[in-house]
Ligand binder design. Sequence first.
Ligand code: ADP
Ligand code: GLC
Length: 522
Amino acid sequence: MNAKKNKSSSKKPEYNILFVSSELHPLAKTGGLGDVSSSLPKALKTLKQDIRILIPAYPFAIQKAKSIKYIATINLPDSGFPGHLGLPVQSGKSVAIIETKLPGSQVKVWMVESELYNRSGTPYSDDDNNEWEDNDFRFALLNYIAVEIAMGRTTLKWQPDIVHGNDWQTGLIGALLEDEHSQSRKRPATVFTIHNMAHMGIYSRERFDALELKSHLWNHHELEFHDDFSFIKGGLVFSDRVNTVSPTYAEEIQTEEFGYGLSGLLTYRNERLSGILNGIDMKEWNPAKDPHINKNYSKKTLSDKQNNKIALQKHFNLPGKKNTLLLGLVARLVYQKGIDLLLENMEEILQLPVQIAILGSGDLELECRLRRWVTKYPEKIQIQLGYDEALSHLIEAGSDAFLMPSRFEPCGLNQLYSLRYGTIPIVRETGGLADTVTHASKENLTNQTATGIVFLESKGSTILDAINLTSLLYQNNTVWKKLMVNAMKQKFSWKESAKQYLRLYTQAIKDRDEYKKHTPVF
Ligand code: ADP
Ligand code: GLC
């Protein structure tokens, strides 16, 4: 291991960190995991950490990378699951590592090249949005390669002090490294970040066997989960430290409602569980410099925001009304985001003096239901289906308010982008939304702390009430302007959160060194 540094305890530690993820903006992104996988490593690099990001070499990622070079080949042993990954014979049971730089930074990205990733679509599904059936094998390979690098069994001449995994796609790393540890080999410390408990990577016993995972892991204290097994449990059970992306979500997942059957395990591990709020990339999401929007603006030139509203109305073919409250929504159209709740009272919402501009894709039924409203009230609601990075920036800049009626939200980035753009977030009080938006109550408006509209219940009628309140506030220019300025004053840079991750890494190393095998008793 390269514990070269950290001589004086007063100095900031400098670690070698392997950051493993299935998404990385701008190379491969479906949601906030992509943003965080790019902006957190950049912030850690600024704190002088030697960080490398490991992702699959999806063809669309290779295409977007500025320049690439092949830097190593990693051989897969014949025994154990890597030998059975179904790789074509010509790939010779080995994979290549391709190096590139994260665009706009000096952060090194290592991409694992394999036939298993050489497909079009998204990181998880084909062009028609059907999940790949072999995602367990695809991501097990990523985990396995992370372990080979972690244990120094490659020609890369670099070894991490910390392996930082993200979400279920990296959950086996903890379990595999634990196995190294039990064979008296010193392993790096492990940190696992939960971005979303709703995705757990659950597969059958048959797949467990096909992956040739060690049979002793098949018990309900370890990988087994109700007669299947779960990738995310590997991360939760075996990592030295577990964290999630907001303090409130760290509490919520220890309850039955949000824990998806693992609240007991999370409560058992709660001394090693924490919440660190995500930051945002202040360069990419900066209304004063954003190249994707019609007119740049800041707190001092707030009236220029109007130009973006006009451009947005034009883009969506909505009537160019300057004084009508324009609500934006950018999201994966899925259960989590509460779109069905928004639809419950759509008739009443559209009777209010509002327009709605939506960008998203996901659940076909939700897409259809939204489209029906577009057909009925084309002058009030419009939707663009699909993924469009530039338009997502224009929606943040051009909308007056931003809708996030999420049932749960581990952190949420769009409300943070909205605050920075002076676009008032309308959010449910859950997870990171609760931690970052302050409700426009009378008291908060008076003491100038209000930054958005926060509602409690996950119900269509509550969302209607929240939009009603927004509409009333919008009609009072002075109040609305104050809200916008307060929102824009909020600071969500990565600087502080990255420092918290550094402290987490230090704790993880300490925990690894003081390690005693424990059996969860949940
Ligand atoms: P989640 O990760 O649950 O999807 P977040 O709010 O953390 O939610 O992050 C979502 C990210 O994905 C944001 O950067 C948002 O702008 C982006 N995004 C989501 N859907 C789209 C889309 N259809 N087009 C462009 N960007 C999108
Ligand atoms: C997940 C969550 C979202 C969070 C993002 C990045 O996708 O749904 O709330 O902001 O990860 O951590």
